[in-house]
Design a protein around this ligand. Structure first.
Ligand code: GDP
Ligand code: MG
Length: 209
């Protein structure tokens, strides 16, 4: 079953001037390189190779915009719902100029994007929430945007260990004062586990709930 029959690639932006029209609503997906962000998007949208699963982490420095639902009139950006694949971070082998470019592009996105309705942060469950993930959560909090953490690759841990990692992440977020603004769940693209819960959160963000 296709949850998002309108889903389609819109555009990639290397510079802020190339961002898609800032109308309608969009949820951005952030994560450390190789965390499993593209795989998570594919499972949530239920399309194979929709967002490309990368063999060369750290290479993509584009912000990719995807259509999720068309506007009622079929065409205008104003009533659209989108998801946005933000460039991955934390890859060891990036040059300083790539790092600077990443900071500028991401900073411009979070500072300018009025259609941003929520943030998904994709975290490899074995690593836990890291410093860059925190920067993303802080940006969202500053904008008053809800955020949702997917602890992905949960299939790599035994059930008990995955549960413990979930509790640890929840505790960390509470201690850091996010309260109800940030939620967290287990996810596995490999087992397609957690996709329904993720879609429920995504749709609530896009509908401004
Ligand atoms: N076992 C397992 N591997 C995964 C999962 N999600 C992604 N991967 C693998 O992790 C690598 C990075 O995935 P990708 O989606 O490209 O990560 P991205 O760089 O964050 O977009 C790929 O080899 C994927 O096959 C998952 O849920 N379970
Ligand atoms: Mg990717």
């Amino acid at each position: 079953m296709s949850h998002y029959p309108d889903a389609d690639y819109l555009t990639g932006a290397y510079q802020p001037g190339q961002f898609y029209a800032d109308q309608g609503a969009e949820v951005a997906f952030a994560g450390r390189s190789n965390a499993g962000k593209s795989s998570a998007i594919n499972v949530i949208v239920n399309r194979t190779n929709f967002a490309r699963v990368s063999k060369s982490p750290g290479r993509t420095q584009l912000i990719n915009f995807f259509l999720l639902r068309k506007a009622a009139d079929g065409a205008s950006a104003a009533g659209q719902q989108r998801i946005v694949d933000l460039p991955g971070y934390g890859f060891a082998k990036v040059t300083q100029s790539m790092q600077q470019h990443w900071q500028q592009l991401m900073g411009a996105y979070f500072e300018s994007r009025r259609s941003l309705a929520g943030l998904f942060v994709i975290v490899d469950i074995r690593r836990g929430i890291g410093d860059y993930d925190r920067q993303m959560l802080a940006w969202a909090a500053q904008l008053g945007c809800p955020a949702h953490v997917l602890l992905t690759k949960a299939d790599k841990l035994k059930r008990g260990a995955a549960k413990a990692a979930l509790l640890q992440a929840q505790k960390t977020l509470q201690q850091e004062g996010y309260g109800d603004a940030v939620s967290v769940q287990l996810f596995s693209a490999l087992k397609r586990a957690g996709a329904d819960d993720a879609r429920t959160v995504l749709d609530a963000m896009l509908n401004g709930a």
